[in-house]
Design a protein around this ligand. Sequence first.
Ligand SMILES: O=C(O)CCC(=O)C(=O)O
Length: 348
Amino acid sequence: MSFSILQHQSHIPSQFIWPDDERPGAETPPPLDVPPVDLGGFLSGDPEAVANAARLIDQACRSHGFFLLVNHGIDAALIDRVHAATTSFFAMPLADKERAHRKPGEPCGYASSFTDRFSSKLPWKETLSFRYSADPNLAGIVQTYFSQTMGEDYKAFGRVVEEYCSEMSGVCLKVMEVLGISLGVGADWFREFFKGNDSIMRLNYYPACQEAHAALGTGPHCDPTSLTILHQDQVAGLQVFVDQQWHSITPNPHAFVVNIGDTFMALSNGIYKGCLHRAVVNGAAARKSLAFFLCPKTDRIVRPPPQLGGARLYPDFTWAALLEFTQKHYRADAKTLDAFVAWLQRDS
Ligand SMILES: O=C(O)CCC(=O)C(=O)O
């Protein structure tokens, strides 16, 4: 089975139909007021621009953890090339995409709901996820992955997505400087923590859906990772749950949507929060988004900077343990961290 077959049927299979109280419905929710953070201004060192960026990020991250990054310095042509590569990957016949098949319990590879570990409330989407590492010893990891799984024809594809990941890793480290300043621990602490990060990139493809109001592209979840940098195409779909209601995030090709994930929430000792978000699908148009999930090195101990003070909200853990928990034991939601802590402490 594949989406290209399902799209020609008048109804979608019941596994894709979400319960009444969880489905998006016909109305587009009000837009979320997400502050635009001027990264170029911050990097210029101008004291007013630095203070402004830190203030906007602080306000956003204390309430919902979402903000826009503008004047980010990433070449628009590179972003376009990754969108084009994404379109051509998902346009291939299923058998070709399956060469990168994602195995159950693993974070990387091609996945669709037809290969999902769940059997209800299925997402109407296909994804291609892969590992990126900023460790110089692992340079070329993305290109190697694509050459090995998809064949030598995929070398150019690997090169363009590797370049994009490397740029995203760089942007994340700059955002870490702002987060360090806004949390009062200085520009270096979080940037150093994520040096040599071991991150995940995911290309999301949401086919047009004939019952879009009853389905979801990505169900409500919080990201277990540290920081997400998302570029969405012109088709709206990202929604965020703030103040007990869903809000949309209007596409802006010049901006990245950034959000805090559970691991950063733990690193900030709960001061900064992520929040539930989801992606709705569209009745007429397919939608794409490019998501870079910043993660620490897998064995790095996640522990807030001592300068933050205050009673610890979460025990020490490694990203490897949280990743395993969300891949094998738990479907990420608003309570992932609490459930993870209970799981960590289950035998003690
Ligand atoms: O496609 C989107 O806008 C959101 C994607 C997302 O939340 C995810 O991949 O975790």
